[in-house]
Design a protein around this ligand. Structure first.
Ligand code: FE2
Length: 181
């Protein structure tokens, strides 16, 4: 099976999940697409198989229901049976599942596999580059709280390639924060 139709299968499963099951179409339209974009950019810079991180990016938040914590565990558990139905080697499937499970900040570490770090970094970059989310934060949150959130996001970014994308953005957002206050 070619890579395009593989990705299409993942897309249609995930899209249905975000839009219909979770009823959170915005996660699909904005956040997931940003994570996907940065995951692909980082895969090229870090020279890893883009398919792995693209599939993990698409699926990483499907467990994000409103209540309860540990959505990364739920995303992993929901992705597992689905990934068994598509054409992937066992190693690829395991690696995708590891990326999904470990995308939480609590697993951020340089000891992780590059693909796992890519998803962690892409998730943080997606937050920083989500215009709507950042604008909303500036309007509703204290400067101190926003700066704390920035440090938390930067802690999750363990790849130099991703830091180079994140740092100028954080400076830009901090400058906006100063203007508003
Ligand atoms: Fe995410």
């Amino acid at each position: 099976m070619d890579d395009n139709s593989l990705i299409e299968q993942v897309e249609s499963f995930a899209r249905d999940y975000y839009e219909r099951v979770l009823a959170r179409p915005n996660i699909w339209r904005t956040h997931v697409q940003l994570v996907r974009k940065y995951a692909l950019e980082l895969a090229e810079l870090e020279k890893v198989d883009p398919r792995i991180v693209e599939i993990a990016a698409i699926l990483h938040d499907i467990g994000r229901i409103e209540v309860g914590e540990e959505h990364y565990v739920r995303s992993h558990d929901l992705s597992k049976p689905f990934l068994e139905t598509i054409d992937l080697s066992e190693d690829d499937r395991e690696l995708i599942l590891e990326c999904i499970l470990k995308h939480s900040t609590r697993y951020a570490s340089e000891d992780n596999k590059t693909e796992v770090r890519i998803i962690q970094c892409a998730d943080a970059l997606a937050n920083l580059y989500d215009e709507e989310l950042q604008e909303y934060s500036r309007k509703t949150m204290l400067k101190e709280t926003i700066n704390q959130a920035f440090s938390k996001l930067l802690n999750k970014i363990t790849l130099d390639s991703a830091r180079a994308i994140a740092e100028p953005r954080v400076q830009q957002l901090q400058a906006l924060l100063e203007q508003d206050n």
